[in-house]
Write a protein that binds this ligand. Sequence first.
Ligand code: ATP
Ligand code: MG
Length: 609
Amino acid sequence: MWRGIQGMAELPEGKAANSSVTAKRLGVYLAPYWRNFVGIIFLSIIGAITQAGAPILIGMTVDEAIGTKNTTLLWQYMVVLLVFYVVGAISSRLTFQYMGQVGQRTIAQMRSELFGHLQKLSLRFFDKNPAGDLMSRIVNDIDVITQLLGQGLVMIIGNLFTLVGIVIAMLLLDWRLSIASFLLIPVLFIMTQLFATSARRAFRKTRESIGDVSSDIQEEIAGVKVAQAFTRTDVNRERFSQRNAANRDANVSATAITAAFGPLVDVLAALGIAIVAGYGGYLVLQDQVTPGIVVAFLTYVGFFFRPIQAMSQFYTTAQSALAAAERTFSLIDHPVDMPELPTQTPVTHVNGAVTFEHVWFRYDARQGQSGDADWVLRDVSLQVQPGEMIALVGPTGSGKTSFVSLIPRLYDVTQGSVAIDGVNVTDYQLTPLRHQMSMVLQETFLFSDSVKENIRYGKLDASDDDVIAAATDANAHELIMSLPQGYDTILGAKGVALSQGQRQLIGIARAILAKPNILILDEATSSVDTRTEVLIQQALERLLRGRTSFVIAHRLSTIRGADRIVVLDHGKVMEIGSHDQLMAAGGMYADLYQRQFASLVTPADPTAA
Ligand SMILES: Nc1ncnc2c1ncn2[C@@H]1O[C@H](COP(=O)(O)OP(=O)(O)OP(=O)(O)O)[C@@H](O)[C@H]1O
Ligand SMILES: [Mg+2]
């Protein structure tokens, strides 16, 4: 019964900035279930009648059956009393069941709206809101809302009716004893509020410290390889045990506070019973009331502390839930920065002419720091003919990945424009536009699904034969056949782990299968051995014929065949030309190439460069 205060105190702080708007919006979610609410109210009334009626029955038993030593009547009353309690229990069970259905359906609907919306948000949003934070926030908020919709609401409805029923019954029985019983209500109310405040403070500490503990665990598991390689395990264990101890201490003091609350309320209840017993006894001696009425009041006093306490806590629960709902709604309402507009072209085929015109690009500047240094691409212009193979080279961090991510609009340019077939990419509908291209990234992400489905990821209507053909072109067929269930082997987090190079092969098969008109390969073959790379390149050459491609590679030997090579440095285009032209020019590319070539031929000879 006193567990409530702990549950409530564990909820996050914070009040909804606009409670009534949020409450109304939650109401919209609940509205379709009005039939359930009618049922809940009906059942709550039945519950209230049984709760308020039982003590009267007990009183009548005392006065009419026990007082007159009437055994038959005693039995009859006992049976009726039993029926009261059983009906009460059934109606309480049903209300929770009804409300549980409403709560879970509402939550499921909010969750799927949230998921659907998150899918529409751009990478800029996810850069600002790291996956881990986002996930814990969503899970936590949804949990808090579930507490309100699943239990809080039905408890408050039930308790309200019970309280009204009890108060009416008491006043009907005897107003003097009623007032005596009500004396302690303000005390209980104030006490609950005081306890809630200090318990909330204590539980905030436990929450913060458990946050530290779990982020420590999360980071240690994610970074376990590095930790072990650098033998940081002892240092980490020490840090962890400190945080763990802090959490333990916070929990111990929080428990001490909640542990004190229960007994104090018991004392209060005992006081109430003493008052009613003393004053009631006096009234009986004065022949003003019957002993049965006093017995009924004694039962009420033991009863009605619970609903009052629950109601004084409800406010806090509701506030937390509204705050959580507001955060959830604000995510659902988060503006889509790349919306699909009716004016956009639903492109079905592109020739693959790509034009960058005076493109300036930066990721969202950190607060107050948007200086000149933030530019990742500076005034980049490039005209690519359909079918051309463009290689991008340049030092680490020079902006190659950023450059290619503007083509499928993973990000939008800050200034300037990117156009495909002469049309600004923002004038195409996003999804069909992205269907025109494939990307193999530096890191290939495999989903927890079969090899087959992972390859089919970008072209859901491809047949199994197509999948196998693409895998063969990517030189991945042999690897796949060596897996336990071949093409049906489950990969990803819950399946077979592949090496980075093996993952890249699957990624390339995925891209080949989609047969895009524009292909982007970002270090796509950086983790496979040279022999495999040559095989993949032959396959890609076949695939790339007639298709526009952008290839990023640090291993310059792999891009010698490109039509044009673009050299980037600090976001600026330094040189453009074919391999032979750039070598002849003797600039940055020639320099890079000669160094790589020299280190490959005579790695031990420092004079070779
Ligand atoms: N999501 C991001 N948010 C903010 N800044 C980013 C983001 N991604 C990259 N940057 C910054 O943009 C710059 C260019 O990064 P980019 O990934 O384009 O380089 P790159 O040429 O592909 O490097 P590499 O050869 O190492 O892959 C870097 O300075 C990097 O710090
Ligand atoms: Mg990169």
